[in-house]
Each structure stands twice: as structure tokens, then as C-alpha cells.
Design a protein around this ligand. Sequence first.
Ligand SMILES: [Zn+2]
Length: 210
Amino acid sequence: MGYYFACGSNPVGFDPLERLNSMTKSRVAVPEAVRQDVIARTNNRCCVCQTPFVQIHHIDTDPSNNDPDNLAPLCPNCHNQADGRLATTVTLNASRIKALRDRWYEYCERRRESSNVGPNAMLKLKNFVRSVGFANHGWAKTFASVDLAYKSMNRDEIIDHLFSTTNRDDLVTYLETVKYMYGIPRQIDEVVRRFEDVCNAFGVSYEELG
Ligand SMILES: [Zn+2]
């Protein structure tokens, strides 16, 4: 997928000299399984500032060192700071990034353990939206306000990204959005009942939704 960038492929504010230097090192793409693992472990959020949609940072600045201990999920902004591409007041050096990353990994792990999202929740939601027909607005358009990257994703990809969150408040907001996208309150009882079932699978009761 093209939504994540490894070190050196970051188009935001890159320094041509730094780029040339990094090209002299052998480039090995972060293996997809490793990249997905980092994203899954961190709920696709920056380990420094928790902004969603991460790039994979090589802590030792060697883009060929894809050892998981050398990788950290950073948003484009923090990634620039970590690579020293922008003058900043806070230095994101290697040891600081590792410490923040490990703390964030631990936090996400605890959230996952305490989460009561059912194993089939994602599938239930996908089946539900597939069966219920057209939404008032497209998913890409609706969720572009959360992140512009959703503009170029299809519905199932957007669902995978949004609903894999371990943040319960976010989950409630997304379910509320789906509720109004599909005009659930005006739907026939059977559709409402099935949407309630989807909410339950995510550990949220329909009554909680605004
Ligand atoms: Zn960040």
C-alpha cells in the first residue's frame, strides 16, 4: 500500500543532500510483514505525538537495517524532526525515540488487552455496509476530514484503518458517523437491529451513540 513511507522516501521537506547521502547506503524496503506489525502494534499512530498515519523511521538512520528494534512509527512531522531535516527545539535522538516507542508499544498492548472488541466486529461492519445499500455520502469524502489519506482509499480499506483503533472514544465517533451516513434512525427495524449488533461487536451499545 502506498500510504506509508520509509526513511528516504518521505516527500515532505526532504533535504537533497541528505537524500544523496542516504542513497549511497543500500536501500532495503521494510518487509511488508514487519511494516504491518509496527502499524498494528501502534494502532497506526505516531509513538511521539500519537497522530494517526505513520511512516516507518529507521532509528540508526541506516535504511537497510530493518531489525524491528531499529524501527519506530512516526508521523511525517516527527519523522522530519527525527531525521534532522527541520530545525526544532526538541531533538528526537535515537535513545529518546526508542524510549517513547517502547512506552507507546506498552500502552497500546494494555489497551488491546482491556478492549472488548469482538473478533468478528470488522467483518460484521463490512457485511452490514455492503448489505445496507448506498450511504448519503461516500466513505472517502466523509472520512477525508479525519485524514486526507482516506480520499484515495476504498471503503474496506477505510474501515480497516478506522475501526482498528484501540481508542474507544474514536470508535464511538466513527460508529456515530456510520449511523448518520446510512440514516440508521430512519431505517426499518431489521436494519437498525443489525446495526445494533455491529455496535455490540465493537463493545459499544447503540444507545451510547449521539
Ligand atoms: Zn508525531
